[in-house]
Ligand binder design. Sequence first.
Ligand code: 13P
Ligand code: SF4
Length: 348
Amino acid sequence: MIKETDPKKMYEAMKAQLANVVPDFELKLKAELAAEINRLKAEKNAVILGHNYMEPALFNTVPDFVGDSLELARRAAATDKEIIVFCGVRFMAETAKILNPGKKVLLPSEKAGCSLAASITADDVRELKRQFPGVPVVSYVNTYADVKAESDICCTSGNAVAVVNSLKTDRVIFIPDEYLAKNVAKETGKKIIFPTSDPRKKVETELDYQMVGWLGRCEVHDKFTVEDIRNVRKQFPDVVILAHPECSPEVIGAADYSGSTTAMIRYVEKTSAPRYLLLTECAMGDNIAVANPDKEMLRLCSVRCPHMNEITLEDTLEALRKEQFVIDIPEDILERAAQSVERMIAIG
Ligand code: 13P
Ligand code: SF4
């Protein structure tokens, strides 16, 4: 990370590191913003957490810690700073608040949502629990606090299999990502059913199954296809293809590796193929290219996460200046959601 607070030194440092991925005219403007954010961050005793999907000019300058959702949840749990600025999406900032009820947690844009988190409500979960009484609920961390409050334990893409295995029950409800659920079911050898997208409709609950899923999808990872993989392999036979577990099981099956955002970053670092293709938010390809200048990163940049892209250096500076947008969660929801998140953190 570039820790500069002087705009000129920040510009020089950014140019040395990011010239291949950020045009020079943008670098000048962004260097000023990043330097001011770093100055204000120290003045306000704030910590900035940055998800791996942040654009390179932000990712490499202002966060004190970067990582996947699990790592950032752990960082949030351990911080002693008074203010947490979350450069990621709302459910991640909510998780930081759940782990730090007494601290001010800021999300730089109110528009940074998530299609998975929006796919299920607390009412939906209560209805699932009514239909499948006694079956524990695992909720992907890509859910809002009220859904976490109705769950027994959370998981991320980095620990989903370990969390499901830790329950040691015959059956588990796994929400809301259809593909992640199918991928976990495959890895744990469990048969999965999707009762219906509307749990209030009558369903057959007598079937032989061990997992109950939900039909939520990530609007980004849903777009990658096996056809994309075939086309890229035709053109670049030596390419190594990495896919996030929110991609369909067919895409995961056709890829060479699947893992959380940080697991994919580590995979590229530790292996020595000449070129890689990431089936995930495109900015991460830029960030990996910056850190691994000897490796070629192919990108399918027509597929972007509009929510992660809402978080800019401009908005991060405004968030610190005006201390906006504050994450607020009603106390009863927060307390119950904390149990699910803390159970997950305890597992790893
Ligand atoms: P990670 O937990 O792998 O960082 O993924 C979060 C996410 O939203 C992926 O789309
Ligand atoms: Fe949500 Fe998908 Fe964006 Fe991740 S990439 S934040 S799952 S919409």
